[in-house]
Design a protein around this ligand. Structure first.
Ligand SMILES: Cc1cc2nc3c(=O)[nH]c(=O)nc-3n(C[C@H](O)[C@H](O)[C@H](O)COP(=O)(O)O)c2cc1C
Length: 386
């Protein structure tokens, strides 16, 4: 059984010093032009004792923008900005993958190029979900996602090329690899969902091969550009976040994708779920939040790469308990990383964790609630009686 502080070589290529992953988190601190900056370099550098950092999601193109102030990976300035981040993480002996997304229908005309409609798998709107864009008065705030237009088949192929270029950009920006964001109701998830994806071309409909074709073409592009050992995929198959309809074929899709990613030698599969408590496993809400261990065992059998498990981990003990199931290889922490830059050390030594203030998660207040969290004061811990 893996130990939380045991090293691992990801995808046979990328050495990690422990099994702790910093989960991707949008923090909206970019500079003009969606460009990463010194402040972001400091933030990620402070967290480099994680075995692996996965960055906040980066937009693959201007059409991918659903939230103001998220970074991009399509201009030269953005590439150079990311280079500050990767250099700082590497200087601190860390490893960092760039998470790349297209938000699809989770967007708003006020952020889209030429004010056009968001790009959707169909014209179905995310009726109950907000994005961070401009309201009718031009003020930034939470507004309902716009009505999308359905992508044409040739536009999907063009988008695969756009991703391919983004993977080249990520390499040039110094990243150790990329994570494709297939979770949480964004474009890949929209394509994979059998209820939402009612397309009739080769990218949609009843067959799982068709609904997952867009993801697989993008994975193939990533593997071509970076090698399979530097590619990960994030999924939340039962998730209902961002108005995703509950999908009766979610388990089947997950197993198919796991098997296909395994064939391609992809380094890791990153699953977003919480640890399973007792409860009625048949409800949609339960399925969205917790993964059934029997299903996870099937994923494990289908996918030979590493599996990262994320969601609700708060202590060394519950992370180690998850590793002890033998079903996963790495544990990702999201919110605990906000206020604990030295989370790995705190877990290792059993030091208490600091709490973040939600109001600073997404803000333009720069370092406040971002880079101003201290590491644990070692002198005071040395004096503790234990
Ligand atoms: C502030 C914030 C921003 C997030 N941004 C992203 C993101 O950009 N990409 C992503 O895949 N998940 C994102 N998530 C989800 C986290 O990666 C993670 O799945 C979730 O917080 C559950 O893990 P936790 O219980 O350890 O926080 C975000 C979560 C938070 C709290």
């Amino acid at each position: 059984m893996a130990h939380l502080f045991e090293p691992q070589v990801l995808g046979g290529t990328v050495p990690l010093k422990n099994r702790i992953v910093m989960a991707p988190m949008t923090r909206t601190r970019t500079s003009e032009g969606d460009v990463p900056n010194e402040l972001m370099a400091t933030y990620y550098g402070q967290r480099a004792s994680a075995g692996l950092i996965v960055t906040e999601a980066a937009d693959v193109a201007p059409s991918s923008k659903g939230y103001a102030l998220t970074p991009g990976i399509y201009t030269q300035a953005q590439r150079q900005g990311w280079r500050l981040v990767t250099d700082e993480v590497h200087r601190n002996n860390g490893t960092i993958f760039l998470q790349i997304w297209h938000v699809g229908r989770m967007a708003h005309p006020s952020l889209m190029p030429n004010g056009e409609a968001p790009w959707g798998v169909t014209e179905e709107r995310a009726e109950n979900s907000d994005v961070f864009a401009h309201d009718a008065d031009g003020k930034l705030g939470y507004v309902r996602a716009g009505r999308p237009r359905s992508l044409r088949t040739d536009e999907i192929s063009a988008l695969v090329e756009t991703f391919s270029q983004a993977f080249v950009n990520a390499r040039e920006a110094g990243f150790d690899g990329v994570e494709i964001h297939g979770a949480n109701g964004y474009l890949f998830d929209q394509f994979m969902n059998s209820v939402l994806n009612t397309r009739t071309d080769r990218y949609g409909g009843a067959r799982v091969e068709d609904r997952t074709r867009f993801l697989m073409e993008v994975v193939d592009a990533a593997v071509r550009q970076l090698g399979p050992g530097r590619v990960g995929v994030r999924l939340a198959p039962f998730g209902t976040f961002n108005s995703m309809p509950a999908d009766p074929l979610a388990a089947e899709t997950l197993l198919y994708v796991s098997e296909q990613l395994g064939r391609r030698g992809v380094a890791y599969l990153h699953l977003v779920y919480e640890l399973m408590p007792a409860g009625n496993m048949e409800t949609a809400e339960f399925k969205a939040r917790y993964i059934d261990h029997t299903l996870l065992a099937k994923v494990r059998a289908a996918f030979p790469g590493a599996i990262i498990w994320c969601g609700g981990f708060k202590s060394r003990d519950n992370a180690q308990a998850a590793l002890d199931t033998g079903l996963v290889d790495l544990i990702a922490f999201g919110r605990p990383y906000i206020a604990n830059p030295d989370l790995a050390e705190r877990l290792k030594h059993g030091w208490p964790l600091a709490e973040a203030d939600r109001s600073t998660y997404y803000t333009r207040r720069g370092e406040v609630g971002y880079t101003d969290f201290p590491t644990y004061p070692i002198e005071s811990s040395a004096r503790r009686p234990d």
